[in-house]
Write a protein that binds this ligand. Sequence first.
Ligand SMILES: Nc1ncnc2c1ncn2[C@@H]1O[C@H](COP(=O)(O)OP(=O)(O)OP(=O)(O)O)[C@@H](O)[C@H]1O
Length: 640
Amino acid sequence: MNEPAINTCYEWINHLPEAALLVDAGRDLIMATNSAMGRLIGTDRQSVIGTPCTHLFSDQRPNLIAFTEETLFRSHGWSRDFVIKHRDGHSLELEISSSRVGEAESQNVLFLIRDRGQLRTLRERHDANHYHRGGLLEWRRVEELFKDMERENQLILHAVGEGIYGVNAEGRTTFANPAAERMLGWRIDELMGRVIHRVVHHSHEDGSLFPLKECPIYQAFRDASSKRIGEDWFWRKDGTGFPVEYTSTPIIDNGHPIGAVVVFKDISARREAEGELQKALEEVENLKHRLEMENAYLQEELRAEYHFHELVGQSEAIKGIARRIGLVAPTDANVLITGESGTGKELIARAIHQASDRRDRPMIRVNCAAIPKDLFESEFFGHTKGAFTGAMSDRTGRFELADGGTLFLDEVGEIPLELQGKLLRVLQDQQFERVGENRTREVNVRVIAATNRDLKTEVRNKEFREDLYFRLNVFPIESVPLRQRAEDIPLLAQEFLNRTCRKFNRPPLQLRNRDVEALTSYSWPGNVRELENLIERQVITADQQLDFDLLSHDGDTTFETETTTTPVRHYSSDLLTDEQLRKLERDNLMQALEITEGRVFGDDGAASLLGLKPTTLTSRLKKLKIDARAFRGGDGQPST
Ligand SMILES: Nc1ncnc2c1ncn2[C@@H]1O[C@H](COP(=O)(O)OP(=O)(O)OP(=O)(O)O)[C@@H](O)[C@H]1O
């Protein structure tokens, strides 16, 4: 055999990546091998070439022969049964792949030999590398996830309008969002690590200290429960404060609270709106109260059966008064109406109010002669509950009631001197205080005063304040007594006649010439009121005819008027008081019921007898508390 020829021919074997042996199985001869094989068994390859193959596998010769024959037969083979000795003596377990090389008759076999121990190590390293690389990727993915979450959290923290900050278990700030920074005026880095309670929550709204241990934010993580506070106070860096609502939520880790997150909101706008609402509600309450008072007042007026009527008269005196009313009405000037009782002073005041821009608000009348001295102030300005004994509730005074309207001070000369100063102040400044209250209230009231007293003389006698007199007397109007305008008497008398007939459902009555004569020749000390009363009484008592003869035949007192020298008789002995008048009406109705034995309706009923509508009679009986049934059955006695 030619050794070098073998080597040169099989040089390719040296380039194989694994240990290899080219064996001539027929001759049991190693024809070629490579350096990898040399490294595997710890020798150089040249020393192996040309040696019998069975020497290398000396302990496994039969196996080798069987394996080689199998390879030659099947052209390839694979086995993990072989063991080979390293030069240093240790055994190497092998994995061998084999293949026949050359023509079909060739006995050459190529063995590719691997160290199974090394293969294991390689595989483990490979697996480790694989897991390691996989683990790294997983870790990167988790990291990205956290980064995304963090980014989202940051976006949320930046986007929300509410202030948000976190505190650790020591109460030190761990984070804060820009809204918190904006609201508190502190930069985030200034807040970080500081006990935030001492920075923004140290005092209550009134400035009193807010101890840390009482702070609900810290309580939230002390007792591990959320706290929601509807109203509290936070302080800014510049020392100003603002109202807040907030929620403090504990952060729990492994069952232990480790801090809290606080979400807060500036509620200044809400508080302002609530304040406005409160004010509006109070205003509504005041208006309601005022309306109730006005209503009560108007009801009172209605009960007093007062109805506003036009000023009747054609005399120069009345025309002059009407002109002055027209002049002063559109202004806000105070008016003082003077004149005898019953001449129509209140009627003039109402006419001014009706002709003024204030007509849509009420004219409030105060009869100063009817107010007890002690109650003047309360009556004018109102009082608060408990201001004095008997002040059971708040009360609106007449000035407040007349706000926007007119206040008519009848009998103004009766106001006690002590109160005149206070009245002057309201007239000057339109300001006053309720009794028992410090708050100053403002009103817009036009005052019309009336008196039948000679205020000028009273000013001279120091019984009436001069400054108040001038303040009231800005625009004087004098109400002329009836005796000085006798030409108005027929007009007035006919007007009252019509009114009374309507009131008592009587057929209309006309004045005759002799009635007019009788009326105009009388002096009317009680003025228009006296005339009004006389006509009313006549309508009630007269059967079909009026009778004013008594005016010329009756009475023994005469007096001279300022304008006429004609002696006139006084009518005082025949005058009826209001009460007498009512009794008269009551007796009259009861008499009608007696005659008709309690029948109200029908042709033979009391209504027909009296010339009244049955419904009118019924309501009148009700008003006078007369029970018609009591007149039935013959006893004739009323139940009331
Ligand atoms: N010119 C008039 N035309 C129609 N009615 C009149 C006139 N003057 C007075 N009266 C009527 O006479 C009555 C008394 O008038 P009024 O109460 O205004 O008088 P007064 O001067 O205010 O009385 P007092 O000083 O007693 O308060 C009222 O019923 C009123 O309607």
